[in-house]
Design a protein around this ligand. Structure first.
Ligand code: S3P
Length: 447
């Protein structure tokens, strides 16, 4: 397989201009979280795993390359269709070169779990954004399981040299923050542990790893614990290769959805959107804001409920978004902030500390972008308050190597009074390579 690297791209700015009513039907790309995991499980299951609807974005392709470096044979059979022949659990190989995850925290962190549970050594690295992201949250539990950190930069940052444990110790681990990436890294390391590995989270985070473990034949027990969950995996299962059908990514669907809500006269359908309740916090919040979003033809695809979402423009009102909702909409705050800028009244989003450690400091990047567009907003501790109205636009947003910041402010420019520019759209290819054409199909104009 081949993957293009986002680091080699030159920065390319783009502006969005006020659009006429958006109309039509679009299907967002495959879910990024599930796509990363599809490659990883293909590596860990011995035999032939097939994937349909894979997100062919830079982040996921980077994970695919890393899986190849650990012994998987990966082939693209057609658009979104891939075949992975995995060496299987316990039989993965030490990579000869540094594993380069580009912009992708998910790829790097989940693969640290895989390596951490095998007696191999690997070096993890990525672009300037990934090099800023905290990795101790992953390395700490892996150390408890017996892995050794051979080298790290700047307080637990990439590049990181990791020597996995040949016989990882099964642990019971309480995650310090509700993070599916931490949970997944521990469970993936626990796959090769002789006994039960348990992760306890104070609030439930996305459950794609648990679901995929079960889909590939592992025994996983999930129980409620307080407001959160206790997930137990029985180690050393025989992972059976399987077919993974990837539903459309709700985090990518968020962009056309909010575009239709804020561009007057819009009426669109966004097809096949995954409705996993641990991913639908944005839809809930937009519903509370008075958005017209109808879920049509609810059905099950690839083990997940999906729906076609009909979205119509209408007036939105500001709301208070509780901190407890953050895990179910963690990647959607930048685009929610854009919707809030067009609402009547203020929207207060609480408990956003995790936004500071995403592909950029999203709390700061969102506030700076809103200010560039003439929108009043304030950060108070971990909360963001956005004063709604009719954004002037006209600013240039610094995207900070963050795809979701770029897409959010391009969406804003479709409805602000003046065009909205972003300094670089290269990173959009990490999660939504066809963002431009998809939005243009609905009537958006970029220049
Ligand atoms: C992801 C989990 C989330 C999310 C990221 C994808 C995953 O991160 O922000 O884009 O696939 O597990 P955290 O688990 O660190 O919150």
């Amino acid at each position: 397989m081949s993957a293009h690297s986002s680091h080699s791209r030159a920065a390319s700015p783009l502006s969005a201009v006020r659009a006429r009513p958006l109309k039509g039907r679009v299907r967002p790309p495959g879910d990024k979280s599930i796509s990363h995991r599809a490659f990883l499980f293909g590596l860990l299951a011995c035999g032939e795993t097939k994937v349909e609807g894979l997100l062919e974005g830079d982040d996921v392709l980077g994970t695919g390359k890393a899986c190849e470096a650990l012994g998987a044979v990966i082939e693209r059979l057609g658009p979104g269709q891939w075949r992975i022949r995995g060496p299987g659990l316990g039989a993965i190989l030490p990579p000869r070169e540094t594993l380069d995850f580009g912009n992708a925290g998910t790829g790097a962190r989940l693969m640290m779990g895989v390596v951490g549970g095998h007696g191999i050594t690997a070096t993890f690295d990525g672009d300037a954004s990934l090099r800023k992201r905290p990795m101790r949250r992953i390395l700490d539990p892996l150390r408890l399981m017996g892995a050794q950190v051979l080298s790290e930069a700047d307080g637990g940052r990439c590049p990181i040299g990791l020597k996995g444990a040949r016989d990882p110790a099964p642990i019971e681990y309480r995650t310090p923050v509700a993070s599916a990436q931490i949970k997944s890294a521990v469970l993936l390391a626990g796959l090769n542990a002789p006994g039960a590995t348990t992760v306890i989270e104070a609030q439930a985070s996305r459950d794609h790893t648990e679901k995929m473990l079960a889909h590939f034949g592992a025994e996983v027990i999930v129980a409620a614990e307080g407001e959160g969950r206790r997930v137990t995996l029985v180690g050393r299962p025989e992972l059976r290769p399987a077919t993974v059908v990837v539903p459309a990514d709700p985090s990518s669907a968020a962009f056309p959805i909010v575009a239709a809500l804020i561009v007057p006269g819009s009426d669109i359908v966004v097809e096949g959107v995954m409705m996993n309740p641990l991913r639908t916090g944005l839809l809930k919040t937009l519903g509370e804001m008075g958005a017209h979003i109808e879920a049509l033809d609810r059905r099950v695809e690839g083990g997940e409920e999906v729906a076609d979402l009909r979205v119509r423009h209408g007036t939105l009102r500001g709301v208070d978004v509780p901190a407890a909702r953050a895990p179910s909409m963690i990647d959607e705050y930048p685009i929610l902030a854009v919707a809030a800028a067009f609402a009547s009244g203020a929207t207060r989003m609480r408990g956003l500390s995790e936004l500071r450690v995403k592909e950029s400091d999203r709390l700061a990047a969102v506030a700076a972008g809103l200010k560039a567009a003439g929108v009043d907003c304030a950060i108070d501790g971990d909360d963001l308050t956005v004063e709604g109205g009719r954004p002037r636009g006209g600013g240039m947003v610094s995207t900070q190597m963050d795809h979701r910041i770029a897409m959010s402010f391009l969406v804003m420019g479709l409805a602000s009074l003046e065009p909205m520019a972003v300094d670089d759209v290269a990173m959009i290819a990490t999660s939504f390579p066809d963002f431009g054409p998809t939005m243009e199909q609905l009537g958006a104009k970029f220049r």
